[in-house]
Design a binder for this molecule. Structure first.
Ligand SMILES: Nc1ncnc2c1ncn2[C@@H]1O[C@H](COP(=O)(O)OP(=O)(O)OP(=O)(O)O)[C@@H](O)[C@H]1O
Ligand SMILES: [Mg+2]
Length: 234
């Protein structure tokens, strides 16, 4: 579904991604792991059209998307859940969700998708009129995911959805992502939590200093403490 080949990105003269290649098959969950500053968010930002690559190719369903503006990437079905959630904290939960569907004109389907989000995350239905900033971290993460779902993605880019959440809430998040996957959504999951990646993903690619240092079945990473130490710094 997504094919990334020899991607390179630079901020000014600083090269932050070098020769990054990986694929995301339809209906799979693929994990992108790596320590702080290894280039995970930069990779997602290229895929969602927020950042132009310096070189390489990005193909989605056989067509190049590397030069498209972000709204056009969303229209084709790639939607990003940003790192740190970044919900609009002064707005209501409902307004956050409605704005996720701002580019859509199919009102009936949008209404059905809102019901779907509420079924997936019942707490959001209960908190509809609350300001997003008053929600807990886990609830804000659910809102950020719900807002992305309102744009009808076929490929969801998730940037560290487990970051800063308690173990119990992380488990709930893992279960929610499993439900999304079971409904046919394809997911590229950026994580620093190897346990979360191993629980969800088939394949994992580990970034180190902007390069893919290792690609392996995600479950293998947990069995290999050396990998965790050298590539993920723990
Ligand atoms: N706007 C920018 N201008 C210059 N350098 C940047 C910019 N954004 C990121 N960088 C640098 O690019 C590198 C990769 O950053 P990126 O945010 O992709 O890492 P990351 O893997 O997502 O890290 P984290 O786990 O901390 O979120 C880092 O060295 C970072 O300092
Ligand atoms: Mg990041």
């Amino acid at each position: 579904m997504l094919d990334v080949q020899h991607l390179s990105v630079a901020y000014g003269v600083t090269e932050v991604l070098r020769d990054v290649s990986f694929t995301v098959p339809e209906r799979s969950i693929v994990a992108l792991l790596g320590g702080n500053g290894s280039g995970k968010t930069t990779t997602l930002n290229v895929l969602s059209g927020l950042l132009a690559p310096r070189g390489g190719a990005v193909r989605f369903e056989g067509r190049s998307i590397a030069a498209l503006p972000s709204h056009e990437v969303v229209r084709r079905g790639i939607v990003q859940v940003p790192q740190g959630r970044e919900v609009w904290s002064g707005m209501s939960v409902r307004d956050n969700l409605d704005l996720g569907a701002a580019t859509r004109r199919d009102r009936r389907a949008t209404r059905a998708d809102l019901e779907d989000v509420f079924t997936l995350f019942p707490v959001l239905r209960d908190r509809q009129s609350r300001k997003a900033g008053t929600l807990s971290g886990g609830e804000q993460q659910m809102l950020a995911i719900g807002r992305a779902l309102m744009a009808r993605p076929r490929l969801l880019l998730m940037d560290e959805p487990s970051a800063g959440l308690s173990p119990v809430v992380v488990q709930a998040m893992v279960a929610a992502i499993q439900r999304l996957h079971a409904r046919g959504l394809t997911i590229l999951l950026v994580e620093q939590n190897v346990g979360v990646a191993a629980a969800l993903a088939e394949r994992a690619h580990v970034l180190m200093n902007g390069e893919v240092a290792l690609s392996a079945p995600a479950a293998d990473l947990l069995r290999n403490p050396d990998v965790l130490r050298s590539y993920l710094g723990r």
